[in-house]
Ligand binder design. Structure first.
Ligand SMILES: Cc1cc2nc3c(=O)[nH]c(=O)nc-3n(C[C@H](O)[C@H](O)[C@H](O)COP(=O)(O)O)c2cc1C
Ligand SMILES: Nc1ncnc2c1ncn2[C@@H]1O[C@H](COP(=O)(O)OP(=O)(O)O)[C@@H](O)[C@H]1O
Ligand SMILES: [Mg+2]
Length: 206
């Protein structure tokens, strides 16, 4: 048996180089996320990543995302149609060693709001059902990466890869529930200037 993973990742407040801003239209990947793994990932272009963010090494990260409300309407949103909803996310940047890709990809799995029960919590009956939204290809996506979880690995089986991504979702969730991270997801009166600035960038789609 491998040893259990830490329930949270990274320091108690984001430290440089985080938060890192990434943005792009949602593009087609290899079509494996939903079909093979049952885990949809919104892919965004990775072309100018090494030039713009040389500090971003391959690996798994957590953060927060917003989708352009002009083309994506969140079903359960209480906000008006013109305000983007901010949701927690877990993402992988790299070559997916299990699939031996030759190009780097940025793939984001959007999780339910932290106020909702986690579909990926341990000890649930049967197969894990990962969060699924209506498709939003071509929609613009803004992402603030807030912390690093682990390197990318190769796996002995598809099941082992899926189980590690399930744990990544739980680690991301627990990490984002800390006050200095939660403030990116929910407004509270005393957010600092820098957090408000990053949040304003996150939900702006011109
Ligand atoms: C949180 C997260 C962690 C991941 N970790 C790994 C990993 O360690 N090794 C790997 O080969 N792929 C990893 N992946 C990538 C999956 O293999 C990938 O999402 C899948 O190949 C779907 O690709 P597609 O969008 O091109 O269809 C990870 C994906 C996510 C969302
Ligand atoms: N929770 C989610 N997180 C990310 N993408 C999702 C989610 N739910 C549905 N999607 C949709 O599924 C697509 C990704 O599915 P995936 O099987 O990874 O295909 P692809 O290989 O084209 O990226 C996204 O582009 C998006 O439109
Ligand atoms: Mg994908």
């Amino acid at each position: 048996m491998s040893k259990p993973r830490d329930p949270v990742a990274g320091p108690n407040a984001p430290e440089p180089p985080f938060p890192i801003r990434l943005s792009g239209p949602v593009i087609k990947g290899f079509g494996r996320g939903s079909k093979d793994l049952g885990i949809p990932t919104a892919n965004i272009p990775a072309d100018d990543l090494s030039e713009k963010h040389p500090e971003l090494t391959t690996g798994v990260y957590y953060g927060v995302v917003a989708l352009d409300p002009k083309t994506y309407h969140h079903e359960t949103s209480e906000s008006s149609a013109s305000t983007a909803v901010v949701l927690p996310a877990v993402l992988s940047i790299g070559y997916n060693p299990f699939y031996k890709n030759t190009v780097r990809s940025v793939e984001i799995h959007i999780m339910p709001a932290l106020t909702e029960p986690s579909p990926t919590a341990a000890g649930q009956e049967g197969h894990t059902k990962f969060n699924r939204l209506p498709d939003f290809y071509k929609t613009r996506l803004n992402l603030l990466i807030l912390g690093y979880i682990r390197p990318e690995f190769d796996y002995v089986s598809l099941e082992a890869l899926v189980e590690d991504i399930r744990v990544d979702c739980e680690v991301a969730r627990e990490s984002l529930l800390r006050e200095a991270y939660k403030c990116y997801l929910v407004h509270n009166g005393n957010t600092s200037g820098k957090v408000s600035e990053d949040r304003a960038w996150l939900v702006s789609f011109d």
